[in-house]
Design a protein around this ligand. Structure first.
Ligand code: FES
Length: 64
């Protein structure tokens, strides 16, 4: 799978964000603390929130 650069200011990739979510991050603030993303322009925020939702719906086994 090709990794996507999500936060270009801090050079944080999608795989890093997914890993942090799997390790218990549940919000943008959590991810900011653990990965250092989103400290500059904030343009990545909507994308990151989507990844959090995405991972959440996968990990809690919700039926679609
Ligand atoms: S792209 Fe994430 S802070 Fe700028």
């Amino acid at each position: 799978m090709k990794d996507k650069l999500i936060c270009s200011c801090e050079r944080v990739y999608e795989s890093t964000i997914r890993e942090a979510v799997e390790n218990g991050a549940t919000s943008f603030d959590d991810l900011q603390k653990t990965t250092g993303l989103g400290r500059s322009c904030g343009n990545c925020r909507p994308l990151i929130e989507r990844i959090i939702r995405d991972c959440g719906s996968l990990s809690d086994g919700a039926v679609k």
